[in-house]
Design a binder for this molecule. Structure first.
Ligand code: HEM
Length: 157
C-alpha cells in the first residue's frame, strides 16, 4: 500500500475520520439527551426498538472502522520509518476500540419492554458515558499516532 494512489488513501482516511466524528459526536448527543432533566420518554420507542437500531449502527460502525482501520494500518506498517513505539500505541488503540465495541453491543437485557429513555443511573455513570470516554481516548491516540508517523518521516528524510 506504500505506493497506493493518493486518492485511495484520502478516501480511506475520509471514511475513517468521518465515522469517528459521527461515532463520538452521536454518543455525545445521546449523553446530552440523557443529562437533560425531565426529558419525556420518546413515544413508542421501547428499549427493544432502540436496541435494534443501536445494534445496526454499532454493526455498521464496527465494519467501517475495522475495514478502513486495517487498510490504514497496512499502509503505515509498509513504511520503513515506523517504529515499535508506533506499533505499541496502535495496538493499545485497537484494544480500546474492541473494548468499546464490545460495550456498545446492546445486551439481551435491553429487549425488556420499557421506555427507551428511562435510565436509573445518572448519565455520567451510564454505559454510554464509558463508550464516549473510550471514543475520546481512541480519538486522542489516533492524533498521537499521526504525529508519531509525521515525526518518524521527518527524522528519516
Ligand atoms: C479496529 C479499529 C481501528 C484501527 C485498526 C484503526 C487504525 C487507524 C490507523 C492505522 C490510523 C492512521 C494513524 C496515522 O496517521 O498514523 C487511524 C487514524 C484515525 N483513527 Fe483509527 N482505527 C480504528 C478505530 C478507530 C476508532 C474507533 C476511532 C474513533 C473513535 C478512530 C479514529 C481515528 C482518527 C480520528 C484517525 C485520524 C487521525 C489523524 O490523522 O488526524 N479509529 N486509525
Amino acid at each position: 500500500m506504500a505506493e497506493s494512489p493518493i486518492v485511495l488513501l484520502v478516501a480511506l482516511r475520509y471514511i475513517h475520520v468521518l465515522a469517528a466524528a459521527l461515532w463520538v459526536g452521536g454518543g455525545i448527543v445521546v449523553l446530552a439527551a440523557r443529562a437533560a432533566a425531565n426529558m419525556p420518554p420518546l413515544p413508542g420507542a421501547t428499549s427493544a426498538a432502540l436496541g435494534r437500531t443501536v445494534g445496526r449502527l454499532v454493526g455498521t460502525g464496527f465494519a467501517v472502522f475495522v475495514v478502513t482501520g486495517v487498510l490504514l494500518t497496512f499502509n503505515r506498517l509498509a513504511e520503513q520509518s515506523i517504529d515499535a513505539a508506533y506499533i505499541a500505541v496502535l495496538v493499545s488503540k485497537t484494544l480500546l476500540a474492541l473494548a468499546m465495541f464490545r460495550l456498545a453491543v446492546p445486551s439481551r437485557r435491553q429487549s425488556e419492554p420499557q421506555a427507551a429513555t428511562s435510565d436509573r443511573q445518572p448519565w455520567w455513570q451510564s454505559r454510554t458515558a464509558i463508550i464516549v470516554g473510550l471514543g475520546l481516548a481512541i480519538y486522542l491516540l489516533s492524533l498521537v499516532l499521526n504525529e508519531m508517523a509525521e515525526l518518524s518521516f521527518r527524522s528519516v528524510g
